[in-house]
Design a protein around this ligand. Structure first.
Ligand code: ASP
Ligand code: MG
Length: 260
């Protein structure tokens, strides 16, 4: 009798607070390698390190308070290039193999609205090839390319949307969104110590929370996940505790990969 090995495909998104410095990048690399060694295929979407994006904006503003939108996007996409390449190096040094890709290399095409572009299509051929070779694929979040070949960005916090769009294009089993708290809470746990983690929540309920100003996930990312029934797992990159699951109706949480 043959053994069946079911390889799950997991898209993991690491936000700026999870890759704030090189030690954090090494910690995240270790976690990615562990997920891979557990028998999963892993594609990663990464944000810029810590406050990099804010710092780039400050630098631009100190030169011109109304910089050309195209140049602003060119500048902003630089943040994710730094984190993606450093993370690929950290994965190599942790004994695995990774390729990093810009948004355009990963096939993210957008409209031409600089600073608030919408994703029109994702054709992640190079990501698929990297995964097929058994490598980790790392994709710069928050960026794409318009039809004229110019770099665009998706709006602040856009890496969440990049991650869900990549997960949908790759038919991933789950999109894990890593942050610095253990999931979605009834209030901000960094401010309200009695706040409770919500183990599972519907897409609609998160959209409602977001429209009331609570910023757990980018609104567009949740809409996208709901539209394509992509399961989300919002969790901390600083612990292995389960976070908050956002599942389409009828999906049994026990069937999701990487739950420990
Ligand atoms: N680095 C970008 C920002 O800070 C995108 C993201 O973090 O999702 O808005
Ligand atoms: Mg950021």
């Amino acid at each position: 009798m043959e053994d069946w090995i079911l390889v799950a495909l997991i898209v993991q998104k690491y936000g700026g607070s999870s890759v704030a410095d090189t030690d954090s990048i090494k910690r995240v690399a270790k976690r990615i390698v562990e997920t891979k060694k557990a028998g999963n295929s892993v594609a990663v979407v990464v944000s810029a390190m810590g406050d990099t994006t804010d710092d780039l904006i400050d630098q631009a503003m100190s030169i011109d308070s109304n910089p050309p939108a195209r140049e602003m996007d060119m500048l902003m996409t630089a943040g994710e290039r730094i984190s993606m390449s450093l993370l690929a190096m950290a994965i190599h040094s942790a004994g695995s193999h990774a390729y990093s890709f810009t948004g355009s290399q990963a096939g993210f095409m957008t409209d031409a609205q600089f600073g608030a572009a919408h994703i029109k299509s994702v054709r992640p051929e190079r990501v698929r090839r990297a995964l097929g070779k058994g490598s980790v694929a790392i994709v710069a979040g928050f960026q794409g390319m318009n039809d004229s070949g110019d770099y665009t960005t998706l709006g602040r916090g856009g890496s969440d949307t990049s991650a869900v769009a990549l997960a949908v294009a790759l038919h991933a089993d789950v999109c894990e969104i890593y942050t610095d708290v253990d999931g979605i809470f009834t209030a901000d746990p960094r401010i309200v110590p009695t706040a409770k983690r919500i183990p599972a929540i519907s897409y609609d309920a998160i959209l409602e929370m977001a429209s009331c100003g609570s910023k757990v996930l980018a609104l567009r990312c949740v809409e996208y996940a709901q539209r394509f029934s992509m399961p989300l797992h919002v969790r901390s990159s600083f612990s292995h505790r389960p976070g908050t699951l956002v599942l389409p109706d009828g999906v049994d949480p026990r069937t999701l990969p990487n739950l420990s």
